[in-house]
Design a protein. Structure first.
Length: 191
């Protein structure tokens, strides 16, 4: 019985480790995207007054993408659309800027590369919003835990407290799984 418990503990540890690395990866990607937005905004401010419209379009695009990916209402689902993304409007406006000299040409090139990086990061985040834990694996883990807790309760001296305690542990696992599946995906919980 101890061997089975150890194997299930190892499997649970791997499951938790996978979820932890997934959340860290999402956080790193969001920090990277935020840094790119800040750098692009600063670059557009340094470009000059002719880039003010592009800077405003960038601000509105970031607000729109943020609202679509992480809605304020809990009941709303995130809206993902593959058609004309708000960043494409910013891309077209940056392309329409006419550089005055080599410095402005370099700034325009850098702004386009930052925008390309932002678009790639957006699609990466969109693709990774699906859950990382497969439901069949989760149900097998719950079944194994249930079997272990019930068998430990039954193999003890038959008493109601032992069986009731084991069933209570199983009920807590089921509650935890239900709450976990009811929550939004991890990226929606970030600000």
């Amino acid at each position: 019985m101890g061997l089975v418990g150890t194997i299930v503990a190892i499997a649970l540890g791997l499951l938790i480790g996978s979820a932890y690395s997934y959340f860290n990866n999402q956080t790193d990607e969001l920090v990277h995207a935020s840094a790119d937005v800040a750098a692009l905004g600063r670059l557009l401010r340094h470009y000059g007054p002719e880039a003010n419209g592009v800077h405003e379009a960038l601000r509105m695009a970031v607000e729109q993408v943020s609202e679509n990916m992480w809605p304020q209402q809990q009941a709303e689902k995130a809206k993902f659309s593959s058609e004309a993304a708000p960043l494409e409007v910013v891309y077209e406006q940056i392309r329409s800027l006419i550089p005055k000299d080599d410095e402005h040409r370099m700034m325009k090139s850098e702004a386009l590369s930052l925008l390309k990086s932002l678009a790639q990061m957006r699609w990466l985040i969109l693709e990774q919003t699906s859950t990382t834990v497969l439901r069949p694996l989760l149900f097998v883990m719950i079944f194994c835990l249930t079997a272990i807790f019930v068998s430990w309760g039954l193999l003890r001296l038959i008493n109601r407290i032992g069986v009731t305690g084991s069933l209570g542990k199983v009920a807590n696992v089921f509650k935890w799984v239900r709450r976990t599946w009811a929550k939004k995906p991890p990226t929606r919980a970030l600000p």
